[in-house]
Design a protein around this ligand. Structure first.
Ligand code: BES
Ligand code: ZN
Length: 592
């Protein structure tokens, strides 16, 4: 027996799933997804087959070779329950009838009031890192890749989208229902299976890209993402051909707990990226970049998560640099650096959660999600790039993607590859320290620009009376304004808060990065005029990246803590389970 993934019951000595055939019915009244999952095996097999499940009801198990005995193990808090099947000789496929109930962590069910249109319910999945098992029994480890097809039955007025190509409708669904068909012909890990159902319409952005959203949001979304084809073309020049046919996007309701999720052929996005000025489309660049780093070359387990996010964050900034120039990319690197410092401070600079190659046995990956794999990871990739020079490194990256595409790899496999292609380079960069030691190594690359230095200096001399002139502010890009805010001292006095808000027009901003940074400063400063806006944001938006700093700031005083508790009571029922958990962990640190 060989269990190689600390977060899965997948046993590498057992047969692997090669294809999944899903037939699912989405029942909004009961908040259930019920149906059948057929697992087609890579080769005929017999004996035990261990699958991951969590909170699932298993109704029956059969196979093309006869009856299948099944046994559902005890529920383990992180992994869930092992489903052990005993396959008769010559089994090529097994059919599992199953049902996922309202508690499934990987699914969020929204009432009509939680959507933009307020008329229809909504449901979406979020399976990374280990939640596919809450919808279907599967080998829920990224070491296993399978193609899939699906038939999804939904209430008549609603539309389903998946991380797959659409294959039309299947006739014969019951009254008031329709069955939509999907096919994903390329092998993907289970965490990239995705489903959303709601009142959805789409707008074409290019022959291979479109955006889906609720009717009231779709025009704004089409405007915001109009540049996506240029991004795809830029990414192809950098990383090689786009291998997934279409690149579509779905704008979710505001409770979506992440900024974006790279579901293949259908990136999921928070509506908070609709800033109205295209200033947050770097989230799209990031999710698009995963089409190469993450979805083609995938982390073998969550212990190698930095391979997904570190390479993708580096790739995102290379795309931005190509589109907007080196200075704009330097600003992004600076914002990343601030996030990294915050994460390292949160864990402690000697914490094992600040190494790149982690050892997460017994640790819930959702509990240790942070900027470390993104920012420390991308800095390490940038350091390798600097060590060998850009022309050579760009060739190596394309080679890396070609060599490992449609496979799932470990950090050690990456290092073996690098040693073959660029002998000695990893050692020169100090790779061992980067991968295995906590904190940020001293040889981390720094991305400088004159305007960045001026911005941070200006912010840091606030107490000495330095203030930006309004004409100067008008010249700043949204990201430059964000850098400025991030470097301001805090708390500030009431007059300073008023001056900032009046001069920079912060409380009314549509760019959530700027808005949340400002509200964090203002709350930390006990600046009452923003409290109403804080409540408005938190009762609407469930993106964890914004909940954490705001609730942390709300811990500052007795008064703000009581505000936090009011807001929590009102907002928590509308948040995703994962968002609720993050906020609860922050509030547990409150002194009273
Ligand atoms: N794959 C991640 C989101 C994720 C990671 C979900 C781990 C669950 C577990 C996605 O690509 C991501 O990184 N999103 C960022 C976007 C940002 C870095 C531009 C986010 O949600 O903030
Ligand atoms: Zn990512």
């Amino acid at each position: 027996m060989a269990r190689l993934d600390p977060h899965s019951y997948f046993d590498s000595d057992q047969p692997r799933t090669r294809h999944l055939d899903l037939d699912l019915t989405v029942d909004f009244a009961r908040q259930c997804i019920a149906g059948r999952a057929t697992l087609v095996l890579a080769e005929p097999a017999s004996g035990p087959l261990d699958l991951d499940t969590k909170g699932l009801t298993i109704v029956s198990a059969t196979s093309d070779a006869g009856g299948v005995a099944f046994e559902l193990g005890e529920e383990e808090p992180i992994l869930g329950s092992r489903l052990r099947l005993t396959l008769p000789a010559g089994t090529r496929s097994v059919v599992l009838a199953c049902e996922a109930g309202p508690g499934a962590v990987g699914l969020q069910w929204l009432a009509p009031e939680q959507t933009a249109g307020r008329r229809h319910p909504f449901m979406f999945s979020q399976f990374q890192p280990i939640h596919a098992r809450t919808m279907i029994p599967c080998q829920d480890s990224p070491m296993v890749r399978a193609t899939y097809q699906a038939a999804v039955t939904v209430p008549e007025p609603l539309t389903a989208v998946m991380s797959a190509g659409p294959r039309g409708l299947r006739p014969g669904a019951g009254a008031g229902q329709r069955t939509m068909l999907f096919e994903m012909p390329q092998p993907i890990p289970s965490y990239l299976i995705a489903l959303a159902v709601g009142d959805l319409v789409s707008r074409d952005l290019s022959p291979r890209a479109r955006v889906w959203a609720e009717p009231g949001t779709v025009e704004a979304a089409a405007w915001e993402f109009a540049g996506v084809e240029e991004m795809i073309a830029t990414a192809e020049r950098l990383f090689g051909p786009y291998e997934w046919d279409r690149y579509d996007m779905l704008v979710l309701p505001p409770s979506f707990p992440y900024g974006g999720m790279e579901n293949p052929r259908m990136t999921f996005l928070t509506p908070t990226v609709l800033a109205g000025d295209r200033s947050l489309v770097d989230v799209v660049a990031h999710e698009l970049a995963h089409s190469w780093t993450g979805n083609l070359v995938t982390n073998a387990t969550m212990d190698h998560f930095w391979l997904n996010e570190g390479f993708t964050t580096w790739a995102e900034r290379r795309i931005l640099e190509a589109l907007r120039g080196e200075a704009a990319a330097a600003v992004s690197w600076a914002i990343g650096r601030t996030a990294l410092k915050e994460s390292i401070a949160r864990f402690g600079s000697d914490s094992p959660m600040t190494v790149l190659r982690t050892h997460l046995e017994g640790v819930d990956p959702d509990d240790v999600y942070s900027s470390v794999p993104y920012e420390k990871g991308s800095l390490f990739v940038a350091l390798l790039e600097r060590t060998v020079g850009r022309p050579k490194f760009d060739k190596i990256i394309r080679e890396y993607i070609k060599r490992f595409h449609f496979t799932s790899i470990t950090t050690e496999e990456l290092m073996t590859f690098l040693e073959q292609e660029l002998p000695g380079a990893a050692a020169r960069a100090g790779a061992d320290e980067w991968l295995h030691q906590p904190g940020l190594p001293r040889n981390a690359p720094v991305f400088r620009s004159a305007s960045l230095e001026a911005l941070t200096a200006l912010a840091e001399s606030w107490a000495q009376g330095a203030r930006p002139a309004p004409a100067q502010v008008a010249d700043w890009s949204p990201n430059e304004l964000l850098v400025y805010l991030q470097h301001l001292p805090r708390p500030l006095d009431g007059a300073s808060c008023r001056w900032l808000d009046e001069t920079l027009g912060l409380t009314g901003r549509g760019n959530y990065e700027i808005l949340v940074e400002w509200l964090t400063i203002a709350v930390t400063s006990n600046h009452e005029p923003v409290f109403g806006r804080v409540k408005e944001v938190l009762t609407r938006v469930g993106r964890m990246k914004y909940l954490r700093p705001l609730f942390k700031a709300l811990g500052t005083s007795v008064r703000t803590r009581s505000l936090a508790r009011d807001i929590y009571a009102e907002a928590a029922p509308g948040w995703h389970q994962l968002s609720r958990r993050v906020v609860e962990s922050v509030m547990e640190q409150y002194p009273d």
